[in-house]
Design a protein around this ligand. Structure first.
Ligand SMILES: [Zn+2]
Length: 100
């Protein structure tokens, strides 16, 4: 087996890309939420504030539930977005620099 394929992503890169996308969505929703708070847009019903809020919560839940170890399925979102970033899956021990 050739695991030196330069085009293949490592497990860590794949999971970080997922977290990055979810954070981009969360940030966009947060900005939208802040905008609806600070700019009392005429004609915009307050109920619309729910939309970015739900999007933000969805992105947070996505990081918590959908960023999984591809080998054992352990949830790694919180581990990887924390301050101490391990270089392996704490559940099954697979290296995050291994290719998917
Ligand atoms: Zn694992």
């Amino acid at each position: 087996m050739d695991d030196q394929d330069p085009g293949a992503m490592t497990i860590g890169e794949m999971l970080k890309a997922k977290i990055f996308r979810a954070r981009a969505v969360a940030f966009g929703c947060w900005l939208l939420f802040a905008a609806t708070m600070f700019f009392d847009l005429p004609g915009l019903h307050r109920g619309w504030m729910v939309v970015p809020f739900v999007g933000f919560m969805g992105a947070v839940l996505y990081i918590m539930w959908c960023v999984n170890c591809p080998r054992c399925g352990a949830r790694l979102g919180q581990v990887l977005s924390g301050t101490s970033k391990p270089n392996f899956c704490p559940s099954c021990g697979v290296g995050l620099d291994a290719h998917v």
